[in-house]
Design a protein around this ligand. Structure first.
Ligand code: HQG
Length: 219
């Protein structure tokens, strides 16, 4: 799984978000602070809510107050302002906060079985992309793309995002997915609110490596 499993155990995240000018003056690295908090949120809202005694509903929502209290007990000081800043500045818009401001959820990427978001089914574009590392290629070309510990295989409409995802695991390789063709043949596609495309699996015959032709299935 990705780096979102790793998070910083340092307490005292709160003040830099409240006094950003002081944070800058004292050389406090807010980017790092936000990244640490984002990884912590990914960890508890996608994978291990029970690690801080948190319960998610089936749509993935957690009560903000319980999240903050659970985090505090585990030694991580959070506050609503800091969480809002992290959510608003998230490059991939990983999280969303409910309209009443009382709840928060990860919009995709879950592995926890307690969450089953009812994503709306959607027709995908002709081609979607998946970024992976060269070391996984043999296995992928043998058995297709599988979701691993997550609930879905994640695909993106842009090559740059896919390559960045692949880079996290080693030398990146871009896979092209014949998404529309899959859809026409009965595979269900979903799109999370941050634009990430989700599908249960991608059989090998719908995959191309870079610009190559689709792979012949092993049957
Ligand atoms: C690989 C990021 C061997 C797959 C992104 C990937 C995404 C196989 C790894 C989100 C395989 C799973 C998800 C097979 C797939 N044999 N390896 N048959 N099938 N794999 O982290 O897609 O920054 O669960 O290629 O934006 O890398 O975290 O999935 O390398 O949406 O918010 O198995 O993570 O979002 O890894 O990344 P992951 P992913 P965040």
């Amino acid at each position: 799984m990705d780096g979102d499993q790793i998070f910083c155990h340092k307490a005292g995240w709160g003040w830099g978000s409240v006094f950003p000018h002081l944070a800058r003056k004292h050389g406090f690295d807010m980017n790092k602070q936000y990244t640490d908090v984002s990884k912590f949120l990914s960890y508890v809202l996608r994978h291990e809510p029970q690690a801080i005694g948190l319960k998610l509903d089936s749509e993935g929502w957690a009560e903000m107050a319980l999240l903050i209290a659970g985090a505090q007990k585990a030694g991580h000081t959070l506050d609503v302002g800091l969480i809002r800043n992290v959510v608003e500045t998230s490059d991939k818009k990983r999280f969303s906060i409910s309209q009443d401001g009382l709840s928060i959820r990860a919009v995709q990427g879950h592995s926890t079985a307690s969450v089953a978001i009812a994503f709306a089914e959607k027709q995908p574009p002709e081609i979607l992309y998946h970024g992976t590392a060269t070391r996984f290629l043999d296995s992928i070309l043998h058995e297709g793309l599988k979701p691993g510990e997550r609930q879905y295989v994640h695909l993106s409409a842009e090559t740059a995002t896919a390559v960045a995802v692949g880079l996290r695991y080693g030398k990146p390789v871009l896979l092209k997915v014949e998404a529309l063709q899959m859809h026409q043949q009965g595979f269900r596609f979903f799109q999370a609110e941050n634009g990430v495309w989700l599908v249960e699996k991608v059989p090998v015959e719908y995959l191309c490596v870079g610009d190559q032709a689709p792979v012949q299935a092993d049957v």
